[in-house]
Design a protein around this ligand. Structure first.
Ligand SMILES: [Zn+2]
Ligand SMILES: [Zn+2]
Length: 132
């Protein structure tokens, strides 16, 4: 790997640890604030690579450029509460019993559609405590 490749690897490490520092999905502006040395184009390019590698997931959001978090296989399965007014996104862990019921219901639905279900992603859209 050349110097150039090493620099990209270093950037990716910094991006991953910057995302890991946030307890919630983090936007491009906040990431650029933390990663002061990194040009925006490079951030986007690295985020794409990290998504393809299954390390980072893009979270659905109305915020410009989207929000990013570490992949579930690194952080654990969870869902999102998405505020349709301010665009705030919070992680929420569904209690095991409810998650089990959810899985059973979704499995029935998938079966009926002839679809083999591996896992699910489910976001709740509404208004956060500040906006409601
Ligand atoms: Zn809100
Ligand atoms: Zn779930």
């Amino acid at each position: 790997m050349g110097k150039c490749g090493q620099r990209y690897t270093q950037s990716r490490k910094e991006i991953v640890s910057a995302i890991a520092k946030y307890a919630q999905p983090v936007g491009i502006a906040d990431l650029l604030n933390v990663l002061k040395e990194l040009p925006q184009s490079s951030l986007y390019r690295n985020l794409t690579v990290l998504q393809e590698a299954g390390v980072v997931t893009r979270v659905m959001s109305s915020q410009d450029g989207g929000l990013y978090e570490l992949a579930e296989r690194l952080t654990g399965h969870h869902h999102h509460l998405v505020c349709s007014v301010c665009g705030d996104v919070r992680d929420v862990v569904v209690p095991d019993a409810l998650e089990h019921d959810l899985d059973a219901a979704l499995l029935r639905l998938a079966k009926r559609e002839g679809f083999s279900l591996d896992h699910h992603r489910l976001d709740l859209i509404g208004r956060c405590a500040k906006c409601s």
